[in-house]
Design a protein around this ligand. Structure first.
Ligand code: GCW
Length: 672
């Protein structure tokens, strides 16, 4: 039995009462009959007769009454989306279904808040809102039982799990409901509730844990969110007592079919499975000499009669590599394993591919797998939890990074967002039972931005930040709101670039403390089995991934990228060391040498923190009114820790390269 003592003090994030107040002030009618009706009513208050309503929330083909409004005839409502009709008399949110209508209501709250922020007035008329991606999903790396090494939430920086405590699913799911409401307002529509590393306790969610899974699913459903489970490929052995989990074994297939039947009996709208197989020690089809298509199709076969989906992760590589072996390249692994399987996956399999070929580094090229499998449904996975981007102690607004991935014309013409549109967009959640949800209060903006960019990748990161500010600080007097807006843009717009500036340079990645992945350790992974090397020696640095002389990874790209990356002269500076091993004196396109760039940008990025801190300081007189005092305290703590850590990064990286290369820093700044 667990009680949530923190509930009363949880920060409302981007849905404070003030964000709904303008809508709640309108006489409204909610004409929904599905599971989201209660949530819409809770946010709007009691219904009035439709004829008297200034605001109507309805679903196409839902409860009666819409036809009387004269708005739905001839309106084309996109699947999963909504139409907003603003007439002089009333506003109507018409969703494609119950969940879409609820999302539409929150979209209206957002537009109202943004209008207040920007001083604009929404024009009357009809606007159509369609999600770019059908699947917009969060993966939780939450463990039911506290893992001895990874804790309650693997790579979690926001306290415990909102789903689990004390080795059980929480009795009180109030936080889950509040979370689901926040997600609905971003457009997220699916959540996988347990870690992709499926340990013994978590494996049982699939069997005896089902009543608890059903309780969570009931809560999520109220906000239009489908529930997925991460499952162990070895389940037939671990849970079913079978001698094997071989996909070709009929008993194994029968076991999965029966297991899935039981899941759907408990959760009729269950989304499906997420599977990490043959990856970092997780079991998979390789043990039986079967392919990943065999493995994925096994589960897909069990889910298909129920309409479920398998999200099969492509994060498969050799994590026991010999660092002496310079021909094996972890970056190649996903493409090597999966591209040959294109066309072999069942229709209800989605291959879930990390955005870069390595592992959520601050800068990586876009994974070539995303363009290599035209006959496979492919989803892109990003990491909202800031494992490698400051662990929610550093301020690092990631929307610019994700935006650059989703907009990247990987096949030469089409952006990644359209290459994955039959699969979707998945993010590893950053949320825990922390009162601010995300540890760093301003890291809430990343979770918000994930949902918004999954909905519409063409949104600008700065506009998404405006939305988040407008909602989070809704109701603030306009002069104060304008100051908050200015300060947060100063702090956040360039924060990803700044973080990159003082950490691993020019796309080389890692240089982090082994295990925790927080803080600098330049050679921390250099002689490890994980396949993450920078190869710095006295003459130069970087990984030769060219076809001509290196690992050949550059050749996994379609044109023009294969040629662009292959040639040191055309490879973009920010990815230079990902693709090439160059001397320290190599001159970048920016005109400076590699080593001088390393020296300068580490120091400049730390110096830029002055402006970040000053911007927050400029809001000091608003603390206690517009800026809650506890939020201010937390932000200050995090900014202080960011500076401490960033200085450590700067000094270690700068000193390392000075000692390694013997090249003097032309700026004369101190090294040690
Ligand atoms: O980034 C790495 C993390 C692991 C994680 C793995 C994965 C869940 O260090 O903690 O495991 O990626 O994505 O599977």
């Amino acid at each position: 039995m667990t009680t949530d003592t923190a509930v009363a003090t949880v920060h409302p994030a981007w849905l404070p009462d003030a964000a709904l107040a303008p809508l709640r002030a309108l006489p409204s009618a909610v004409l929904l009959s599905g599971p989201c009706a209660a949530a819409a009513r809770a946010d709007l208050g009691p219904d009035v007769p439709v004829a008297d309503a200034d605001l109507v929330v309805a679903a196409a083909g839902g409860a009666g009454g819409v036809a009387d409004l004269g708005v739905d005839g001839g309106l084309d409502i996109p699947a999963g989306g909504h139409v907003l009709v603003r007439t002089p008399d009333r506003t109507v949110v018409l969703g494609a279904d119950d969940a879409s209508a609820l999302r539409g209501l929150y979209a209206l709250a957002r537009e109202t808040a943004v209008a207040a922020l920007t001083g604009s007035t929404p024009a009357p008329g009809v606007t159509t809102h369609a999600p770019e991606q059908p699947l917009r999903m969060l993966d939780h790396w939450d463990n039911v039982a506290v893992h001895p090494v990874m804790g309650q939430v693997e790579r979690g920086y926001s306290g415990g799990s909102i789903f689990y405590a004390d080795g059980e699913v929480r009795t009180d799911l109030t936080r889950v409901a509040a979370y689901a409401r926040l997600l609905a307002a971003t457009g997220v529509e699916a959540v996988a509730i347990n870690n992709v590393n499926v340990h013994a306790r978590e494996a049982r969610l699939l069997t005896d844990g089902l009543p608890d899974v059903a309780r969570i699913a009931d809560v999520l459903r109220g906000y239009g969110i489908r529930t997925f489970l991460s499952v162990s490929f070895a389940s037939p052995r671990l849970l079913g007592g079978l001698p094997t989990a071989d996909p070709a074994d009929p008993d194994v297939a029968a076991w999965w079919a029966a297991a899935v039947d039981r899941v759907y009996a408990a959760v009729p709208d269950f989304g499906g499975f997420v599977v990490k197989a043959d990856s970092e020690g997780q079991p998979g089809p390789f043990a039986y000499g079967r392919s990943h298509a065999d493995g994925a199709n096994l589960l897909a076969g069990a889910l298909r009669p129920h309409g479920g989906t398998v999200l099969w992760r492509a994060f498969v590589y050799d994590h026991r590599q010999d660092w002496r072996d310079r021909r094996t390249d972890r970056a190649r692994a996903a493409h090597d394993h999966f591209a040959p399987l294109d066309g072999e996956f069942a229709e209800n399999v989605v291959l879930q591919v990390k955005h870069g070929p390595m592992d959520f580094q601050v800068r990586e090229p876009v994974s070539p797998v995303l363009a290599a499998m035209p006959r496979t449904r492919v989803a892109v996975e990003v990491q909202i939890t800031q494992e490698y981007t400051g662990q929610q102690r550093h301020l690092c607004y990631l929307a610019p990074s994700w935006s650059s991935v989703l907009r990247f014309p990987l096949d030469g013409t089409r952006p990644v967002a359209s290459l994955v549109a039959r699969g979707g967009v998945v993010g590893v959640s950053s949320v825990g039972d922390d009162p601010f949800w995300t540890g760093h209060p301003l890291a809430q903006a990343n979770l918000y931005a994930f949902g918004r960019l999954a909905w519409d990748s063409t949104l600008s990161p700065a506009d998404v930040l405006d939305e988040w500010i407008a909602l989070t600080f809704a109701g603030a007097p306009s002069a104060a709101l304008a100051r908050v807006r200015a300060a947060l843009h100063t702090m956040m717009d360039g924060s990803w670039a700044r973080y990159e500036g003082y950490t691993a340079p020019l796309g080389v990645g890692f240089m982090v403390t082994p295990g925790t992945h927080g803080g600098p350790s330049v050679d921390g992974y250099e002689y490890s089995p994980w396949g993450t090397y920078h190869f710095a020696d006295r003459d130069g640095i970087g990984v030769d991934r060219t076809v001509a002389t290196g690992t050949g990874y550059a050749g996994q790209y379609p044109e023009p990228w294969a040629s662009v990356y292959e040639d040191v002269a055309t490879c973009p500076d920010e990815l230079l060391l990902f693709f090439h091993h160059v001397p320290y004196g190599h001159v970048l396109a920016s005109g400076t040498t590699v080593v001088q760039h390393i020296y300068d940008s580490r120091a400049d990025a730390v110096a830029a923190l002055d402006g970040v801190e000053a911007a927050w300081e400029s809001l000091a007189d608003l603390v206690g009114t517009v800026v809650p005092a506890d939020l201010d305290t937390r932000v200050r703590e995090r900014l202080a820790e960011q500076r401490r850590s960033a200085v450590e990064w700067r000094d270690q990286v700068r000193t390392y390269f000075w000692r390694k290369s013997g090249v003097v820093d032309a700026s004369g700044r101190e090294v040690f």
